[in-house]
Design a binder for this molecule. Structure first.
Ligand SMILES: [Ca+2]
Length: 219
């Protein structure tokens, strides 16, 4: 025991950094199955390493799903293309808005700790009510790590997964209304196992619906 302690306290025993929350490599994929509606599923597959705007270390992801439903930024396809990358301290998802606009959302902290919080703010200025005066819409996507717990899903049991809570706050100023309108919405909860990725997504109000990891392959 004494020898073991001496060894583990030695200067060569540097602690390895924790694995990334989302392991990014070409060939990685994650298949999620809905609950309680088990007919729903979606699959994210990293198909290539491809720059996203100023981020050269980005990975192109094809997302396919069983339903033509509401998805990221209110787009509706069965198959979508996303980019996964790390932008500073955050795991970030990028999307292209044709023809040339790019948007990126901070999804999760690269090195998470309970209590960490962050947000992404998207601002659109446009004459939404066609009265000749430019209007403003601000969409703020908030995330916060609220706990750590063991999570069991069809793909396995993940100990010490991080649980995060996500909300949006929409603010808009429309000239014909003449004042700021603010509204808040709960997006839901996400569970992340370091080195594996997202293992579960749950919806408001009580987490009784969502998607959970069914199978995956990561390098
Ligand atoms: Ca206007």
């Amino acid at each position: 025991m004494a020898v073991f302690l001496a060894l583990s306290c030695g200067k060569d025993e540097e602690e390895a950094p924790p694995p990334d929350p989302m392991p990014l490599a070409v060939g990685n994929w994650w298949l999620f199955q809905g609950f309680p509606d088990t007919t729903e599923w979606f699959k994210d597959s990293i198909v290539a390493k491809e720059a996203f705007g100023p981020h050269p270390e980005a990975y192109k992801v094809v997302e396919t799903r069983s339903y033509k439903g509401l998805n990221l930024l209110n787009r509706f396809p069965y198959t979508d293309t996303l980019w996964f990358f790390y932008d500073g301290d955050y795991f970030t998802v990028g999307v292209l808005i044709p023809p040339t606009e790019t948007l990126k959302l901070k999804y999760f902290k690269k090195d998470p700790a309970v209590g960490d919080s962050w947000f992404t703010r998207l601002i659109t200025t446009e004459d939404f009510d066609y009265d000749g005066t430019v209007d403003t819409a601000i969409w703020r996507f908030n995330g916060q790590v609220i706990g750590q717990q063991d999570v069991t899903v069809p793909a396995g049991t993940f100990t010490g997964a991080y649980k995060s809570f996500h909300t949006t706050i929409d603010s808009s100023w429309i000239s014909s209304v003449g004042s700021w309108e603010v509204s808040q919405d709960t997006i839901g909860w996400m569970y992340v196992a370091l080195g594996t990725g997202f293992v579960k997504f749950t919806d408001p109000p009580d987490e009784s619906e969502g998607s959970q990891l069914k199978a995956y392959e990561v390098k």
